[in-house]
Design a protein around this ligand. Structure first.
Ligand SMILES: Cc1ncc(COP(=O)(O)O)c(C=O)c1O
Ligand SMILES: [Zn+2]
Length: 401
């Protein structure tokens, strides 16, 4: 294993990666660091193509030492789909959609769960707990079950119903709260405080390895483009872990010399009913202010005060990126247009990214020749309410409306 230590990006303190950590005492999330020089010597890029088609193909850049601890359902290496008809509709002919709906548990959260649970298992954790907007809880409950680890999951009552069912099917201890993700977080904090050190806090960015799983989206995009970066990557930002992860991945590939210095411009997309990052970006701020009374159909984006705000905003500023808020009606229209044009039913969070692409093309921020990658972070099938269930009713030959 090439993991060397954990590092605080805010105060630069270093921590022993062989022990369990949550936040740095300064309040910042911790980042995993690797011996990149040794990885450069050890890995022959030309032979990487022959490796298995899952995220463990990048195992040198992942934090699991013993393969016996790998907890997998075959996650990763999702397709980067061309979208020529919808791309022409919005004036972005070189539009690509990375379809994370094809990951186990139907969302990209399985990447974070696979790596986070594997590392927790390796470090001797027997019980994890976390608040969630649904998909992360479903993924962690599923991978925890596979690892033989207990899971306590708390989620808002308004989270997608199927994610509750996934938690229960995986035998998790599920708590449904009448509130938002912050309220679920308070419930989890109480459970952990009362557990005498038995329960490990696996909340977003409070444990450092979920990010490592999510960064593999960045590795895959670059490898699938022949070790080239696209001009723009558009990501639906709630807690922002995927965006921070993609930024970290690009930085690691650059440090390894596997790509050049050019970075894609990263775009954080939020819903206009919960857009703390967009507001902070517009002000040039380093931190967000909590968004009051958040509400959006793109439920994964209902994070009024993301813990990783500094890291999200850093990624946007450092890459010449931007942040865009879209309305629910707008993302639903793009979800339906995209389905009719390309045949893929998007999740609402993914559809929001297409609304943002369309908007950024209209304003000229994206030019027509640019290559744009959009993350569809989950399977549309998990959100059946986003499209009508009508259709013609009747018998063959006797169709009525
Ligand atoms: C489908 C989907 N997309 C995007 C997000 C936001 O993810 P992140 O925390 O990486 O910003 C979520 C979070 O729940 C989600 O479920
Ligand atoms: Zn610190």
């Amino acid at each position: 294993m090439y993991l060397t230590h954990l590092e605080c990006p805010r105060c630069e303190a270093r921590y022993d990666a062989g022990r369990l950590w949550n936040l740095c005492p300064c309040g910042s999330p911790l980042l995993a660091r690797y011996d990149l020089d040794a990885i450069r010597d050890a890995v022959d890029l030309a032979r990487l193509a022959a490796r298995p088609a899952d995220l463990w193909r990048y195992h040198e850049l992942l934090p699991v030492a013993d393969p016996a601890h790998l907890t997998t359902l075959g996650e990763g290496w999702t397709p980067l789909l061309v979208a020529p008809r919808y791309g022409d509709r919005i004036g972005v002919p070189d539009l690509l959609v990375k379809d994370e709906g094809q990951v186990p548990t139907g969302s990209f959260k399985a990447r974070g769960a696979a790596v986070g649970v594997s590392r927790a298992r390796e470090l001797g954790v027997r019980h994890v707990a976390m608040p969630t907007n649904g998909n992360a809880g479903a993924a962690w409950a599923t991978y925890a079950a596979r690892a033989g680890i207990r899971a306590t999951i708390a989620m808002p009552a308004a989270a997608p119903v199927v994610t509750r069912q996934e938690c229960l099917a995986a035998g998790a201890d599920l708590h449904v709260v009448d509130g938002l993700i912050g309220d679920a977080g308070r419930l989890v904090a109480e459970a952990i405080a009362g557990s005498a050190g038995e329960i490990f806090d696996a909340s977003t960015l409070k444990e450092p390895y979920r990010l490592e799983g999510k960064k593999t989206m960045g590795f895959e995009i670059v490898e699938q483009l022949g070790w080239q970066v696209p001009d723009v990557i558009i990501y639906p930002t709630g807690g922002g872990v995927g965006l921070i992860g993609i930024h970290k991945a690009i930085g690691e590939l650059r440090a390894l010399g596997w790509i050049g210095d050019h970075s894609p411009r990263l775009v954080a997309v939020q819903a206009s009913g919960c857009a703390p990052v967009v507001r902070a970006f517009a002000r040039g701020a380093r931190r967000v202010e909590p968004w009051p009374a958040p509400h959006t159909i793109a439920f994964g984006l209902t994070v009024p005060a993301p813990l990783g705000d500094e890291l999200i905003l850093d990624a946007l500023y450092a890459t010449g990126g931007t942040a865009v808020a879209v309305d629910d009606w707008e993302l639903l229209a793009d979800l339906r247009d995209f389905g009719a044009d390309e045949g893929l039913l998007l999740c609402p969070e993914g559809a929001a990214c297409l609304s943002a692409a369309r908007r950024l093309r209209t304003t000229g921020w994206i030019s027509s020749g640019e290559q744009v990658v959009v993350l569809n972070t989950g399977a549309g099938l998990k959100y059946p309410g986003t499209v009508p269930a009508g259709g013609h009713i009747g018998h063959p030959g006797r169709t009525q409306n």
